[in-house]
Design a protein around this ligand. Structure first.
Ligand code: URP
Ligand code: ZN
Ligand code: ZN
Length: 466
């Protein structure tokens, strides 16, 4: 063996058990009740947990948005990811009006290849279906890009698709063996509400939330579900935030519709009261932060398995970037950092607070995204033959979040001062230690592009999370 990890509690989506983990040539070679044979490196995990590496299926590195570009590039963002126990991210190729998906994919790979500290995949954004875009879908699936992203908002940025295009993409992607991710907010409705508020001079951050009430999300989710069902598509709702949207997903799943959902730490841990503080604009993200009632519904949705995935929608901006568009909430570049803090926060607020079991956390943050996005069993588990993407996690160690000690390229954290238990001690990617005790120690270009498998709704048996 190259490495033995000894003495830890192995925590997977299926259960928790004591085992020694042997690693050879970057893969898990043994999971055994005792160490067999020697190894060049022995890591002592006594009193610690051993988790499969976290998969963050929704990040936005170096994303141009409004007049800014998100502050983490592929290097800084994936170094932050590694320090937070994340060994795989799935980001997005950025579609340009009239451009071919394959050209946009090539551009995005050029930006990321050789510069990522963790493994990465790409979802392909589709913002218009001209120029043979639909015919490109099966070719992208063959190239390992098996998920496609549509926006039902951002019309004024030229990114929104209409219902006809949504239907066409859902149908073609479903036929090709892929999955469609939908940003579900009703764009024209929220634009109308925004315009009304701005006309009344209501420009403060709290009006960001008022311009996008729960119904804006609920309507878009219901529409996406109906159209996906009609198109025989496979639908994944990104960043679900509302109890009404959750109910729509739950009812559709109960009716046998192929729909999955994710939520993010910010919607579980933060609420719209943040917009009333003096730093309210720093918290602007879309959809907006919601009520405590919504938060509790989302935790229940996770525990019951209606929501399968926790991703972060990591899209950081500096405080200066958040202010550069002027006073109005409508000009603030939207997005929050999160990739580095998600595991400790979800552990402390979810597992240590009895809202989720440790196995449900692993399901939502590693195994389920691996299954849904065609990475399982290479990633998302600790089985013999899997990539040795491993986190050694100390469930007792205490943390206090401070932007100053984080690696993400922004100067604030929405979780500043959050305290809890549960610290990432070590992150290993394909057998190599890339972060230890909060410091990155890997080669920054060790991450590689992941060719993902087709989406298989029948083979995609998610571990029951409740
Ligand atoms: O505010 C957010 N979420 N920014 C990133 C882009 C998106 O819509 O996910
Ligand atoms: Zn979005
Ligand atoms: Zn996003």
């Amino acid at each position: 063996m190259d490495t033995w990890i000894r003495g830890g509690l192995v925590v997977t989506a299926k259960g928790s058990f004591r085992a020694e983990i042997g690693i050879e040539a970057g893969r898990i070679a043994q999971v055994s009740s005792h160490q067999r044979g020697s190894a060049a490196q022995v890591l002592d995990a006594e009193g610690k947990w051993i988790l499969p590496g976290i998969i963050d299926a929704h990040t936005h590195m170096e994303l141009p948005l409004k007049k800014a570009v998100s502050a983490d590039d592929f290097t800084s963002g994936t170094i932050a990811a590694a320090c937070g126990g994340v060994t795989t991210i799935i980001d997005f190729s950025l579609h340009r009006q009239g451009a071919s998906l394959e050209a946009c994919l090539r551009d995005r790979r050029r930006a990321a290849d050789g510069r990522v500290a963790v493994d990465y995949g790409l979802h392909a954004e589709i913002i218009d279906i001209g120029q043979g875009v639909l015919d490109e879908i099966p070719r992208l699936v063959q190239k390992g890009v098996t998920s496609f992203k549509l926006f039902l908002a951002y019309r004024r940025d030229g990114r929104m698709v209409d219902d006809g295009a949504m239907y066409a993409v859902l149908k073609r992607v479903g036929q090709a063996g892929g999955l469609v991710l939908v940003h579900a907010e009703n764009g024209p409705l929220l634009e109308h509400l925004t315009d009304q508020l701005l006309k009344q001079g209501k420009i403060a951050p709290v009006y960001h939330a008022r311009s996008r009430p729960n119904q804006v999300e609920e309507e878009a989710i219901r529409r996406a579900i109906a159209i996906s069902h009609f198109a025989r598509g496979n639908l994944y709702i990104v960043h679900l935030t509302t109890r009404q949207g959750l109910r729509a997903v739950q009812n559709a799943q109960g009716d046998g519709v192929a729909v999955w959902a994710e939520t993010c730490p910010q919607y579980l841990l933060l609420d719209e009261g943040a917009y009333l503080g003096s730093e309210g604009r720093d918290f602007i993200a879309t959809p907006p932060l919601r009520s405590r009632e919504d938060q509790e519904a989302l935790w229940r949705g996770l525990a019951q398995g209606t929501i399968s995935v926790i991703s972060t929608d990591h899209c950081p901006f500096t405080r200066e970037q958040k202010r550069q568009g002027g006073e109005s909430f409508a000009q603030v570049p939207n997005g929050l950092p999160g990739v580095e803090t998600s595991l400790p926060l979800i552990f402390s607020q979810g597992v240590a607070s009895d809202r989720l079991t440790a196995n449900q956390l692993v399901a939502a943050m590693s195994t389920n995204p691996a299954k849904i996005f065609g990475l399982y069993p290479t990633k998302g588990c600790l089985e013999v033959g899997s990539d040795a993407d491993v986190v050694i996690f100390d469930p007792e160690a205490e943390f206090v979040i401070s932007a100053e000690t984080l690696h993400t390229n922004t100067d604030f954290s929405p979780y500043q001062g959050f305290a809890g238990r549960g610290v990432v001690q070590l992150t290993m990617l394909r057998g190599l230690i890339i972060a230890q005790n909060g410091q990155f120690c890997g080669p920054s270009g060790y991450g590689k592009f992941l060719h993902r498998r087709k989406f298989e709704p029948d083979g995609c048996q998610l571990w029951p999370t409740g």
